[in-house]
Design a protein around this ligand. Structure first.
Ligand code: PDD
Length: 276
């Protein structure tokens, strides 16, 4: 019932967004999704670093410093009593009559809300299915902007084809999923697309790579092809809401033996300990 609007905790029912908000008319804004475990924000520094990078990449000036935004988010969690859930934070370039150039003098609009969300335990133990789709996005997928139409269309196509998610590829090179990163395992080696302009630099991705190194699981940040994916022993997605999610079927064919594999399990276990 409470949310953050600009820099204040307000009742959700009191927030009014202008039809001139550039987030609304142009998708001209940026966002973050934070995970909350046991009342605490998971990996806040990494999320705020990414927010700063995205703000710089979109020439959007953050209206408040990230330390004070974080304090507000923590107040919000307290007020709402959320223990396990997510926080959605969005900042748009503000309100102005519709014209493409940046408006002079417009103040960015910041809003955030939190909600309870259970961990996807059942899906994590069973695994999910995916379809492969052409990655039709622009060339700055490392920026976490509000322009999510390709992501929405990909997820919808996956759902319509009876799958849980979409795995994107550019001319046969696998990039990521519609709202998560993707890693394959072959002969005990974890492979994932390098963190360049073609993927979002997932916070969960970074945590999982760190855990893999700690466990001495070999990791290669090298892109893989659809052919390599087809011969993968294991496949999994990583993301704020899905954590480490086994992908056990792709385009109607099983991955490996069609069950979550041992490397995936090991990383899930390590992730579990990391958030405990
Ligand atoms: N999605 N790739 C894309 C395209 C994403 O949208 C996301 C996150 C990720 C994973 O990043 P992280 O581990 O930092 O959550 C990768 C969020 C959760 C969303 O849009 O809802």
């Amino acid at each position: 019932k409470w949310m953050i609007w600009h820099h204040e905790l307000v009742l959700r029912s009191d927030v009014r967004v202008s039809p001139d908000d550039r987030g609304y008319v142009f998708g001209d804004g940026i966002y973050e999704v934070f995970r909350v475990y046991d009342g605490r924000i998971f990996e806040p520094e990494a999320h705020f670093e990414r927010l700063i990078r995205t703000a710089e990449g979109t020439k959007l000036t953050l209206p408040y410093d990230t330390a004070s935004i974080q304090r507000r988010l923590e107040e919000l969690l307290d007020r709402e009593g959320v223990r396990d859930g997510t926080i959605y934070l969005q900042i748009t370039r503000g309100e102005a009559p519709r014209a493409h150039p940046f408006p002079a003098g417009a103040e960015p609009n910041l809003m955030a809300y939190c909600k309870e969300l259970a961990r996807p335990s059942e899906a994590m133990s069973r695994g999910i299915s995916a379809v492969t789709l052409d990655d039709i996005r622009w060339l700055r997928c490392d920026l976490k902007t509000l322009n999510l139409l390709p992501n929405v269309l990909a997820k919808q196509e996956a759902v319509e084809r009876g799958a849980d998610d979409a795995i994107w590829h550019r001319s046969g090179t696998v990039t990521e999923c519609s709202a998560s990163n993707v890693m394959m395992v072959k002969d005990g080696i974890v492979r994932t697309h390098p963190a360049n302009h073609l993927i979002l630099h997932g916070i969960t991705r970074a945590v999982v790579l760190r855990l893999a190194k700690r466990l001495e699981v070999p990791v290669r940040e090298e892109a893989f092809t659809l052919e390599e994916l087809a011969s993968a022993d294991e496949l999994f997605g990583t993301g704020t809401t899905i954590e480490v999610m086994p992908i056990v079927g792709v385009d109607g064919r099983p991955v490996g033996n069609g069950q979550p594999g041992p490397v995936t399990r090991k990383l899930q276990q390590a992730f579990e300990e990391e958030i405990a």
